[in-house]
Structures are given as C-alpha cells and as structure tokens.
Ligand binder design. Structure first.
Ligand code: GLA
Length: 751
C-alpha cells in the first residue's frame, strides 16, 4: 500500500494518521491547549473518522495546566515533543533558556503541511524517497508562548517499509537570542511499560554485545559523550514485548541518524507510561540561537515489527538500503577486496604492494586497498597524520603511480585515510596550533599518539579537502577507507567564544559530514567505508556517506559471530565490513579453518586482510573457489532478508543464521558449531523466511537427494548430527571445534 497521511477532525484540532498498510502512527491535537498528542504507534489500524478510543483523559491530581481541569496535567499526556517547565516532570525533548533566565517552554500547534517529497536536511544525513511517490512527509508547525520561537516537527512514512522518521527544526523568528539546552530528535510516549529493553555494549575488538532486560520504573539511558557514537554503547535500542523472540512478538526499534554524542533513553513514569527519547546528548551541548537563525536536529528512525527481532532487523535493513544508503551506481554490490593492513601493516613498498595485488588478481579479488602508512613518514603510528603527501621512500611514483599499476592488473584501487587527526610535528600541527582540539594552558591527552582537529572550523575542512584532492585528482581511486582512531577529550575550540564552547561536539560532527559531502560530490564513483578502530562509529549517520563500515578490528571468525550477530540487529549485511584474515588470528591467536573464516565473512561485504605471499597453493585454490562461490550468493546476502536462527549469546557453542532472496527462490544457510563434545546431542534447526509451498533443493555437507518443501524446512528443519565417530574423515572445517556447515537452497522450477 502507498504511504498515506490521512487528516480527520476539526480544522483547528486535526488528527493525523500516517499509514502504509503495515504500520500506523497517529497524532492528535489536544482540545484546550492545542498540544500535539501521541495517540498510537504500532501495527496498521484501519482509518476511522475518530480515534477517541486512543485518548486517555482521567481525572488526575498533580500540577495542572488549567485551573479546575483535573484532566490537564501534562505529566500524564502522551506528547509528540514535550518541553521542560510546565506540568510534565518527565525528561523533556526540548529545553531552552530564555533571556530572563527561565527555562519554561510551552509549544502549541499552529498548522500543518503535507509534502509528497522529502527534502534533504541541511548538513546532516537524511532519509529519502527512492521513487517520486513512495514517501509522504508531515510537518507540524508549533509556536512557543511569547518568544517567537517556531518549531517544525517532521515525520516521514515510506510505502515499502514499517518505519517512520522524525526530526525537529527550531527557528527563532522573535527578536531575542535563546539557548537550546536540549533538542531531541524523537520523543515517543507509549501507554504502558510491558517491554524488555534491548541495547548494545562493547569496546575495541568486542563491539555490539546484546543485552536484554525488563523495563523498570525510572530512567535507563545508553549514551556517548566521546565525540563519536562509539562501541561502548550505541544509539540503537529496541523495546520488545517480554514474550517476543527472534521470530514472533511485537518489537519497536529506534535509531539515530547521527555520529556524535547521543542519548537513547527510556523513562517509565507515572501510571506506567514509557517515554522514549533519542537525540544529541544534552550534556556538553548548548546552542546559541540568534534571531533569524535556525537549528536542525538529526533525524531518528523507528520501526515496528510483529515478527519479533528478525522482523525489526529486516525493517531496519530495508529502510537503510532503500532510503538512506547512497551507493555509487558502479558499485551496487561491494567489490571483494584485499586490504593490506594485517598483511603488511606499515612495512611495504610499491613492489610488495603490487606483488600482493598480483596474487589477489589471480584469486579473483576485485579491489586492492592500501591501508595505513602511505603518507608523510609513517613507519609506525607515532607520526604524520595530517600530512597527506605520499611517502616517496615507499611509493616513488606516488599514489597515482601505484593506482595505475593496480588498475593495469585489472583491479580497482582503494586507499586508507584518517583525515580528522593530527600528529605532533606535521605542518598542520606546527603552522596551525589553534586547529587542534585542546585547552590553552591545560594538558592535552594523546591517544594512539594523536590529537583531533577542530572539524567545526570551515578552514580545517577546506585544508583537508584540498590536501586530499591533491592525492585523489587523477589517481583513479575507487574506494576510500575513512578511519577515526580516537575519542574527543579536552574539548575546546579556538574559533568559538567562551559562551559557545558547548557547540563544539555537534559542530565537529557537522564538519565531518561536510568533508564527506564535498568528497562525494567531487568523486561520485568512490565507495567509502567508514571505520573507527573497528566499529566505534558504526552508526546510521555514517551510512548516509559511507555505504559500508568496518565492523571490528577483531577479525577472528569465532569472535566475529557475536559481533556480526549483534550488528545485524540494526544494520544490513551489505554494510558490514568483514574480512578473512590469517591464522593464528592477530587479535585472539585462535586458529580456525579457511572454511569458517570465509563463511563468516561471506555474511558481510566479504574481503581478505592477509599477506597472499604466505598462502599455500592449496589455500590459493580454495580462496579462488570461495570468491567465485561468494559472487553467486552475494545478491542474496546483500539484498535479501536476513534471519538469525540460533544466537551465540544464548548458546555459546552454537550459532546459525541464513539469508533468503526477496523472491524466496534462493537461500544461504550457515550453522556454526563451536565446541566439539563427545556424545554431543543432535540439534534441530528450523529454517525461516522460505515460501512454504515451494520445493527447494538443499545442497550441503549432507546432501539430501529429495527436494523439500519450504514448510517442511521451516518445521522439520535441518538436523545437525551429534559428533562423528571418525573425525578424521570429515572435511576441513566440519570436524572438531569451530566447525561450520553451509547449505544452499534453490527453488525447483515448477511446471
Ligand atoms: C585502525 C583500523 C584498522 C587499521 C588501522 C591502521 O585500527 O580499525 O583497520 O586501518 O587503524 O592504522
């Protein structure tokens, strides 16, 4: 069904019903105070003339908005954009300071506008329509009592996905300066709190660990004040009914399209209501809003599923793939790459790189990526960030010389950069000490020997853009890995007055986005992959600029099961940078089969990160076959529906997942058995997402000659045998610990 915005009710107090046949989002305007009221978000409900049954107006004690009206306490009202200062004592979406020092705001409804086209948000990532008629936008125009501030709440609904996006724009049309202390992107008041909260924690090399806990009364928040979203906590959260699991039950998913300090929060308050807030973290944030100026919040997205967590993830995946990620047309599917980092670290010259690329070409790799170490005098991580001139000792013909050699082999060429950073001793450091984020007269903390440039300054963005253009112009670079290897500390911008220092973190993020946008405009064919010591900036904001992101510096296939499982909760497989690396693994020291490493990476962008010179001939043959196999199933992984079947968080010894093509004609299943135990019991693994009535051939380690119907595969499932008596007879990767079994399902053409 087409996305629709239905407007009913009286002209001054309309009711807005956003629906697409899958979901409904309903907003009312309160009778007396004209406050936008949240009425419903969930499975689609049939449009009606009125929605009184969603309105709760019991008499309540408490602080009232109107004298003698016991229904007027805002503390109980489900609101669209609650503000601080009146009778709502929950955490607000909006908090302002006025010239006289008070912080009391009351926003009331003025008018609305419906648009059939979604405009980009200035300077920020923004979802978009794919076709001229697949998106509808509602704007609610609100005004503030007395100050001249106008607030526009924007909602978008899409025909083909169970998602609604939100953002807010603040415009000071009055004559006095205001200060924004908090302006969240999304506020959603839910009528009950019978949910589990799902969120993610981690750190370097152990990103996206899933935690699930019942929603308690009070406030629970995940957040970052590190200048990046980080892997410590991430903006992605979900509210799942307690009985919901991967396959069934109601789940609401929330995420922020932003890459800086964030807050994702739930608050269960009076009468058991739940308020969800997502936006820029209000700590370390204060924005001066002068007359005639406006402030745009980042966009947030919320999805609804009644098919459990898999349904939530599929909604997120479809939303990002169709309405957020901008891929260069020439790279609709990610090229299979060889990255030089774990293969040679800083230790290379042109000949070594070309020889790596030659072997890569023989194995069928598409893209050779030169990682860190190509610029300044960077032989280790102590020097040269900020000095983006090729190191002629290693690359006598520069980047374009190397790139031409790689292209001559028939490969694409990619390059690593870390533009936001600076090492002491570089020209930028010496000539522009005021471009570095640090406080005059106070000590500054290094991290990986580096410091952060003030990306909020336009001249810094321009300097980096110019330096990078000198490298990239005419060099035929096809791919860039944009890294960011430290968090922001000792916040201070030499370009801002004392009263506006709290704008720095957001300005920094806007500067990063601006540099991305300028590079994308000049080099529309370059595919960007974002990275931040692995997954420290794996967020929905970055996906707007970089269609893929390096999931983790931990390339160990066993560790990756959990990391990729967690990441898949909110992000599509085609965005998940995943490589086969050497064994013993450089992070964990673990030795696993090529079969396991290759299978885990094949549920991501798929690439290699090792020194091809160290491979045996047999391994090269195997890799060539793996790459050829991956190319056949890449469309299923990149464009299909992903189903998590068995969670490594629930059963540390077992994990299973599968991808099904959208037309359900093909599926690719992987079962990972991590620990071999004698006397192991059998496991039944029901599949998911198949067409019940279609007959499928199943090709796997134990081949069934009889094709099986989809319903049979989803109920009877695959039976994973207990341990084999004679392990030595099992093929590589299917015996002992860390075993992997893959299956290809193909619908049989029916007469
Ligand atoms: C970070 C990245 C790695 C690699 C190194 C290079 O750690 O996450 O993939 O690029 O930097 O210094």
């Amino acid at each position: 069904m087409q996305a629709q915005i239905l407007v009913t009710g009286p002209e001054k107090r309309p009711v807005f019903h956003l629906t697409n046949g899958q979901i409904s989002y309903i907003i009312g305007i309160t009778e007396r105070a004209a406050i936008p009221e949240q009425l419903y978000f969930g499975a689609a409900i049939r449009p009606q003339a009125g929605y009184d049954f969603l309105i709760d107006r019991e008499n309540r004690n408490g602080v009232l908005l109107f004298d003698q009206d016991p229904t007027s306490s805002l503390d109980y009202l489900g609101q669209e954009y609650p503000s601080y200062g009146h009778s709502d004592f929950r955490q607000p979406a909006l908090q302002l300071t006025y010239p006289q020092g008070d912080q009391v705001t009351l926003l009331t409804y003025e008018s609305y506008r419906i648009l059939a086209h979604k405009e980009p948000l200035p300077g920020l990532p923004a979802s978009f329509g794919r076709t001229p008629d697949d998106t509808m936008v509602l704007e609610l125009h609100l005004k503030d009592e007395g100050s001249g501030l106008k607030v526009t709440l924007q909602y978008a609904i899409f025909s083909d996905v169970a998602a609604v996006t939100r953002s807010a724009r603040l415009e000071q049309s009055g004559t006095e300066t205001l200060w924004i202390d908090r302006a969240m992107s999304l506020a959603l008041d839910l009528p009950d709190h019978d949910y589990d909260l799902i969120h993610f924690y981690g750190g370097w090399a152990h990103e996206m660990n899933l935690e699930r806990q019942p929603l308690q009364h009070g406030i629970y928040q995940v957040s970052s004040l590190r200048g990046v979203t980080s892997a410590v906590q991430t903006p992605l959260i979900a509210l799942a009914r307690p009985q919901a699991d991967e396959f069934q039950g109601q789940v609401l998913g929330f995420n922020l399209l932003y890459s800086g300090n964030f807050l994702s929060q739930t608050e269960t308050a009076l009468s058991g209501t739940t308020r969800v807030l997502l936006g820029i973290h209000p700590d370390l944030f204060r924005w001066e809003l002068k007359p005639g100026h406006s402030f745009q919040t980042p966009e947030a997205v919320m999805v609804y599923s009644h098919n459990g967590l898999n349904g939530m993830s599929q909604a997120f995946h479809d939303f990002y793939r169709r309405h957020l990620i901008r891929r260069p047309a020439s790279k609709a599917l990610s090229p299979v790459l060889l990255n030089s980092w774990e293969g040679c670290y800083f230790n290379f010259d042109q000949d070594r790189l070309v020889s790596m690329a030659e072997t890569a070409r023989e194995m069928g790799i598409d893209l050779f990526v030169l990682d860190d170490g190509w610029f300044g005098h960077r032989d280790d991580d102590t020097t040269s960030l900020g000095d983006w001139r090729p190191d002629r000792r290693k690359l006598p013909e520069g980047i374009s010389g190397l790139s031409h050699k790689i292209h001559a082999l028939g490969l694409q060429f990619g390059l690593w950069i870390e533009p936001e950073m600076v090492n002491p001793g570089t020209p930028i450091w010496e000539e522009h000490p005021d471009w570095v984020i640090r406080v005059p007269g106070k000590s500054a903390s290094p991290s990986r020997n580096q410091y952060v440039l003030d990306m909020g300054r336009p001249e810094v963005v321009t300097n980096l853009f110019d330096q990078l253009c000198r490298v990239l112009d005419g060099a035929g670079v096809d791919y860039i890995k944009w890294d960011m290897n430290r968090h922001l500390s000792e916040l201070y911008s030499h370009a801002l007055p004392a009263s506006r220092q709290s704008e720095l973190s957001h300005r920094y993020c806007l500067g990063v986005y601006q540099l991305y946008e300028r590079l994308l405009e000049r080099y529309p064919d370059i595919l960007f992959e974002s990275c931040s010591s692995g997954g420290q900036r794996f967020d929905a904001g970055m996906l707007y600029y970089a269609p893929q992101a390096w999931v983790s510096d931990n390339t160990d296939a066993v560790a990756r099961l959990k990391i990729q499982y967690g990441t898949s909760m909110g992000y599509p497989l085609a965005a998940m940078g995943a490589h086969v690396s050497a064994v013993p693994n450089h992070q964990t020291g673990r030795v696993t089969s090529l079969a396991l490493r290759s299978t885990v990476a094949s549920f991501g962008t798929f690439g290699y990160e090792l020194d091809p010179a160290q491979l045996t001939d047999a391994e090269k043959v195997r890799i060539k076959q793996d790459i050829a196999d991956f190319k056949k199933l890449q469309p299923i992984v990149a464009k299909g529906c992903f189903y998590r079947l068995i969670s490594p968080f629930d059963r540390p010894e077992l994990c299973a997942w599968m991808a099904v093509s959208k037309d359900r004609q093909q599926a690719y299943v992987a079962v990972f058995r991590l620990l071999e135990v004698m006397g192991q019991e059998r496991t039944r693994i029901p599949l998911a997402g198949l067409d019940p009535a279609l007959l499928y051939t199943v090709k796997g380690p134990w081949q069934s000659l009889t094709p099986r119907y989809g319903d049979n595969l989803m109920s009877a499932g695959l039976i994973l045998a207990g341990n084999k008596r004679d392990a030595s007879r099992q093929p590589d990767g299917q015996r002992g610990d860390f075993a992997v079994y893959t299956f290809m399902l193909e619908a049989v053409a029916q007469a």
